[in-house]
Unconditional design. Structure first.
Lengths: 294, 132
């Protein structure tokens, strides 16, 4: 049986925890709003540039290694985006488990699989399991910059073109809404042309072979693809950051709710204990008085 | 003709009916009217002007580098940055312009940086021209 004083200190400590989780929830909500805005503003650009790239590719005026699917996929570069910090529910775990499964499933199919981990959690998880990363990028949440995405895009593209890899794939959490994230594994390179052309009811999708190019397509395509790929990389990062804040917000809200419930339970027990001790004291006094009067 | 003007930061115009669009293209100003042939070109820093359906006056925006794609019924502008005149801070733009100019005159500038600064000067002068 815990003493009254023990109970009091337990209630106080749960209250402290609740305060912290509530504060974290508020911070995440504020950060989420900013991240969300960034994504929503960027999505149309990312979609449009993919459309333009597709149109150029379908006009069959240019040949570019990034646009042609290889015959066989043997060497894969996986870029896994997690968060740097924890306390965000199943956010990181889901990604790590998915990636592990991916590795298990394709270990025998692919000849070579390399990894780039963005975010400390994923990088630590796989280091413990003996998976060596080619590169680990930390401190993502603090500042995701277009310059960084563009840098990374350039290296990936160069390696893809030189034949080091046949496929570049991103594994990350896509931001769907404040309460749900979707785990996606997206092939970024080679550019998936079928995905776009399948979009029905878009007059823009009708690629014309008579398209005029100024300057010539081969001068333009490099820059265009570069821009496209950088945008995609940046978008993946931004999606993941927003999803992280959303996940943290939800899990912190749950934690606050749990703490509240816990406080309620503890207070009830505390009051019962207090009542019991008062009753006991009263009985003692009464029985004492009776003994005297007899 | 439907115009969509997007930048990585925001969506400026989305599927808006227009009658005319004038852009600073790779080899000079380009005037796009409905029924224009399919075209794909790069854009330089400068002023983009657009006349909405049924209007007689143009709306202008300062853009830096980007792409233009003209399709059968739609026009897409993918700009690195784009701003309406009311979004431009004149004092800051002047400052940036002066800064870029001084850096451009620096003899020790690497060739890549030189091109970068030239673009910067073009961009800032377009922004200034718009607010003046």
């Amino acid at each position: 049986m815990p003493s009254l004083r023990d109970m009091r200190s337990r209630i106080a400590s749960v209250k402290n925890t609740q305060q912290i989780t509530r504060a974290m929830k508020m911070v995440s909500a504020a950060k989420l709003r900013r991240a969300q805005e960034q994504i929503i503003n960027m999505r149309p650009y990312a979609q449009r540039i993919l459309q333009v790239v597709t149109n150029v590719a379908l006009s069959r005026l240019v040949e570019h290694p990034l646009l042609t699917s290889p015959q066989r996929t043997n060497r894969v570069l996986l870029i896994v985006i997690t968060s740097d910090r924890g306390l965000c529910g199943g956010f990181n775990n889901a990604i790590c488990r998915f990636t592990e499964k991916f590795i298990r499933d394709y270990k025998n199919t692919y000849e070579k699989m390399d990894f780039i981990f963005i975010g400390r959690k994923g990088s630590d998880y796989f280091r413990r399991r003996g998976v060596t990363a080619r590169q680990a990028i930390l401190n993502l949440a603090r500042e995701i910059s277009y310059a960084m995405a563009s840098e990374m895009a350039k290296t990936c593209m160069a390696e893809f073109i030189s034949g080091d890899y046949d496929e570049v794939r991103f594994i990350y959490n896509e931001f769907k809404s404040a309460i749900s994230q979707k785990l996606v594994s997206e092939r970024i390179l080679p550019i998936d042309l079928k995905k776009v052309t399948a979009a029905p009811g878009d007059a823009n999708a009708a690629a014309s072979p008579n398209m005029i190019f100024e300057p010539a397509p081969k001068d333009m395509i490099d820059q265009l693809l570069n821009q496209h790929f950088s945008t995609q990389v940046f978008r993946c990062m931004a999606e993941s950051v927003a999803a992280e804040h959303a996940a943290r917000m939800t899990s912190m809200e749950n934690a606050t709710k749990n703490a509240k419930e816990m406080i309620g339970k503890l207070t009830l027990t505390y009051n019962k204990l207090r009542q019991a001790s008062i009753t006991k004291e009263l009985i003692e006094i009464c029985s004492g008085a009776e003994a005297v009067s007899d | 003709m439907m115009l969509t003007l997007v930048t990585p930061q925001k969506k400026m115009l989305s599927e808006v009916e227009i009658d005319e669009l004038i852009v600073p293209a790779d080899r000079g100003e380009l005037d796009i009217l409905p029924g224009h042939a399919a075209l794909m070109t790069t854009l330089r820093a400068g002023i983009l002007r657009v006349r909405l359906r049924g209007k007689t006056d143009f709306r202008s925006a300062a853009i830096s580098w980007g792409y233009l794609e003209v399709g059968p019924a739609s026009v897409t502008v993918l700009a690195d940055t784009a701003e309406w005149p009311e979004e431009i801070d004149k004092v800051r733009a002047e400052e940036q312009y002066r800064l870029a100019m001084t850096r451009l005159q620096d003899a020790g500038l690497a060739p890549d940086d030189h091109v970068l600064m030239q673009n910067k000067v073009l961009k800032e002068s377009a922004r200034l021209a718009l607010v003046r």
